[in-house]
Design a protein around this ligand. Structure first.
Ligand code: CU
Length: 132
C-alpha cells in the first residue's frame, strides 16, 4: 500500500538518528498473538491462536513461528512444561497446535515468530486455562 510505504520511508529516516535496533522493535510491536479460546479441556488439546496486526485488527498469515513453550508459570510451576506440536491447516492468520495439558490450571503459551516483510521478532505470552 502506498501510504504504508510512505510510513516506512519516514520510519527509516527516523531510524538513521534513533538506530536500527529501535526500528526493529517498533515493527515487531505492531503485531501480537491472541488465543482463539482461553479455556480448553485438560488432556490432549488443540490450541488455536491468531496473529493480529494491532492497528487494523487484521489476521496475518504466513508467519514463521520458530519457538513455542507451554508451561504452568501462571500457577507457580514455571518448570512444568509440555511439548507443543504445530498442526497444519486452518484459516489464514490462525495457527494451531496440539499439546497434552496434563494438569488442570493456568498455562502460559509463549510464541516467538517472524512476520513476512517485517523487521524484528514477535514474542507473545498468552495465558490459558485447562479445566478438568
Ligand atoms: Cu502443574
Amino acid at each position: 500500500m502506498y501510504t504504508k510505504r510512505l510510513l516506512r520511508a519516514a520510519t527509516l529516516a527516523a531510524s538513521l538518528t534513533v538506530g536500527a535496533a529501535g526500528t526493529a522493535l517498533a515493527d515487531a510491536r505492531d503485531y501480537e498473538f491472541r488465543l482463539v479460546t482461553t479455556e480448553v479441556k485438560r488432556g490432549e488439546a488443540m490450541i488455536a491462536v491468531r496473529l493480529v496486526h494491532k492497528a487494523t485488527g487484521r489476521a496475518v498469515p504466513d508467519a514463521v513461528i520458530y519457538a513455542t513453550r507451554l508451561d504452568m508459570a501462571p500457577d507457580g510451576m514455571p518448570t512444568m512444561t509440555t511439548p507443543v506440536g504445530a498442526v497444519p491447516g486452518g484459516e489464514p492468520g490462525t495457527y494451531r497446535f496440539r499439546a497434552d495439558l496434563v494438569m488442570a490450571g493456568g498455562w502460559q503459551f509463549t510464541l516467538t515468530a517472524k512476520v513476512q516483510g517485517e523487521e524484528g521478532t514477535v514474542e507473545s505470552r498468552l495465558n490459558l486455562r485447562a479445566v478438568p
